[in-house]
Design a protein around this ligand. Structure first.
Ligand SMILES: Cc1ncc(C[n+]2csc(CCOP(=O)(O)OP(=O)(O)O)c2C)c(N)n1
Length: 589
């Protein structure tokens, strides 16, 4: 049977077909749908871990026990999982272990665009890179085989375009999952220095064998063509290249670590001009040049942002390979005609909105974190000063507190429920342990909203849909030693402001839990706010809420009754009483 699948669906299918029985991950675009699809297959176990490090450790454990295991994360998640990752290369595996790194060139939904091919080289683990969904499914199986044959975890790297584009996949039957025998072997699994040194030597041997394998694996292959131009490429760049220079000789690399030196030399010897077309860093180009070959790459093709057929074409025009006024059709799907930009915005009725309105009003220094609430940093709310990585808000706030006495009592850390459980807890421990003064606002909307409503340990459900114990956030922070803990309704502005004012000036650490489910979870109908036009002075204070339901027309504010859900926030900021909550609406609705 043939099915149209996204790259993420295809990876989930490949894992199922090839007998993966345990999968763990932490959500993050563009990787999230892999586990959401995998968990629907019969006879498998899949879970959301609280963070990527734990997810990888679950995968290593499952592999050690003899199962085939899958671990998924976005590119920055690999930073969180880097500690177990670099030593897992030493220990190797029992059952096949595959780690998905879903990279995001162009930063569609990420805070950076790091190129995780460097992780494969850094950690010394093999890397495979598919160009479409069929390859994604096939490479999932191949990665498991390589993992078991060479006793090493394998990284399967995809990028946003491969993860989210659809192409055909011919479905295969599932191989019956089998559990390899578990044998106690401390020299392999107990990485104390003496055993670690032995495994380091073994890693060198495994990499040598893998380098030879890379030269003969069918996923690294030459597509013969015009001998005047030879192009080395991989991943989605291969698709852009085929659109742009269909006749060129191509060396397509499906295995990008270790790179096949012999095959590259052989390919280079058969073409007149050698190019490397790759997205982001000159990763392949540097290797090719290191072989003493004269390859052209980043001189003509961009090093940042997402690649596409248009930039590839522009590069080949600049390199004199494609004549300027060539009659070949210009691919249109990049460089699209300009469309109005629609900046992301918190939904109408989002419980995060009031928090940032209040923080801005109180003129506080706000160290932020990553989630839907990061949008509270954008105009006109502008209630957040920083966002670096998941969990950073609390440590940064503590750092400010320790560095600048003038800012003491004026600093707040803001963090979501999923992010707090991911990597905020240790920051709070630091504050308590070291006698800090930080005030932490945990925005508990009962979901991981930003990545599409995944459950987390505070929601009461697992990825497989089972009931789970709900983490008691108040109890948790108290158990860490925070004495001042209170819970507020983020849609009640005066309660919220009062709580923040009191806690920032109080001595010692404090935690305010602003609790209200995400508006998309508690979707209401009806009860929109109405406008009393006579009372409206056109002052535009309501626009400061950045609510997509509110606009000002002819100097009077207007509320879109379709998008307004009557959260009751705007009547609280209008001092002229022009915005009127419907009966039964208002704070707490
Ligand atoms: C290390 C890392 N892993 C995953 C992500 C993707 N991601 C961004 S925010 C977020 C969680 C957001 O949930 P929460 O903190 O509850 O805030 P909400 O979006 O619900 O407001 C995730 C998973 C990331 N940016 N970095």
């Amino acid at each position: 049977m043939r099915e149209l699948m996204t790259g993420n669906e295809a990876i989930a299918r490949g894992a199922f077909e090839n007998g993966v029985t345990v999968a763990s991950g932490y959500p993050g675009t563009p990787s999230t749908e892999i586990l959401e699809n995998f968990c629907r297959y019969q006879g498998v176990y899949a879970e959301w871990a609280p963070n990527e490090k734990v997810a990888l450790e679950v995968g290593i454990g499952a592999s050690m026990a003899g199962a085939r295991a899958l671990v998924t994360m976005k590119h920055v998640g690999v930073n969180v999982a880097a500690d177990p990752l670099l030593t897992a290369a030493y220990t190797g595996v029992n059952g096949g272990l595959v780690i998905i790194s879903a990279d995001d060139p162009g930063m569609h939904s990420s805070q950076n665009e790091q190129d995780n091919r460097n992780y494969a080289r850094f950690a010394r683990i093999p890397m495979l890179e598919p160009s479409d969904s069929a390859e994604a499914r096939d490479m999932m199986g191949l990665a498991l085989e390589i993992s078991e044959e060479f006793d090493i975890p394998v990284m399967l790297r995809i990028t946003t375009r491969v993860a989210h584009s659809q192409s055909f996949v011919d479905l295969k039957e599932q191989v019956t999952p089998s559990l390899r025998e578990y044998k106690k072997d401390t020299r392999k699994w107990l990485m104390v220095p003496a055993f670690g040194r032995m495994r380091r030597a073994s890693l060198g041997e495994r990499m040598e064998r893998l380098s030879r394998y890379s030269g003969k694996t069918p996923v690294n292959f030459i597509l013969p063509g015009d001998k005047k131009v030879g192009v080395i490429t991989s991943g989605v760049s291969y698709q852009y290249l085929r659109d742009t220079l269909p006749g060129a000789s191509v060396l397509k690399l499906g295995m990008t670590y270790p790179l096949p030196a012999g095959l590259i030399r052989q390919f280079a010897a058969g073409v007149e001009k050698l190019f490397v077309v790759e997205e982001l860093e000159p990763y392949i180009e540097d290797f090719v040049r290191g072989l003493g070959l004269n390859a052209k790459g980043k001189e003509f093709f961009p090093e940042t942002g997402e690649l596409g057929a248009a930039p590839v074409r522009r590069g080949f025009i600049a390199a004199g390979v494609i004549p300027e006024e060539a009659s070949a059709p210009v691919p249109q799907y990049q460089d699209m005609p300009a469309v109005p930009v629609r900046p992301p915005v918190l939904c109408a009725g989002c419980p995060h909105r009031g928090v940032f309105y209040a923080l801005r009003k109180l003129k506080l220094v706000v160290t932020g974190d990553i989630g839907c609430y990061t949008l509270g940093g954008l105009a006109p709310l502008e209630g957040m000063d920083s966002c670096v990585c998941m969990g950073a808000s609390i440590g940064m706030s503590h750092g400010i507190d320790m560095a600048a006495p003038g800012l003491r009592g004026r600093t707040v850390a803001v963090i979501g429920d999923s992010t707090f459980l991911h990597s905020g807890i240790t920051g709070l421990i630091d504050v308590v342990y070291n006698g800090g003064n930080t005030t932490v606002l945990i925005l508990d909307n009962s979901t991981t909203a930003m990545t599409g409503h995944q459950d987390n340990p505070a929601t009461g459900k697992t990825l497989m849909g089972k009931d789970a114990p709900v983490i008691d956030l108040e109890g948790l922070v108290k158990s860490l030693g925070v004495v001042r803990v209170r819970t507020v309704d983020p849609l009640d502005l005066s309660q919220l402001e009062e709580a923040i004012k009191e806690e920032v000036t109080a001595s010692g650490p404090s935690v305010i839990i602003a609790r209200k489910p995400c508006v998309l979870l508690r979707r209401q109908t009806g009860s929109p706010v109405t406008v009393n036009e006579e009372a409206c002075t056109g002052c535009k204070t309501c626009l400061r809420l950045s609510c997509p339901a509110i606009s000002v027309n002819d100097k009077k504010c207007s509320v879109d009754p379709v998008s307004c859900i009557g959260c009751g926030l705007c009547p609280q900021v209008c001092k002229f009483g022009a915005l009127v909550a419907a009966k039964g609406g208002g704070a707490g609705a």
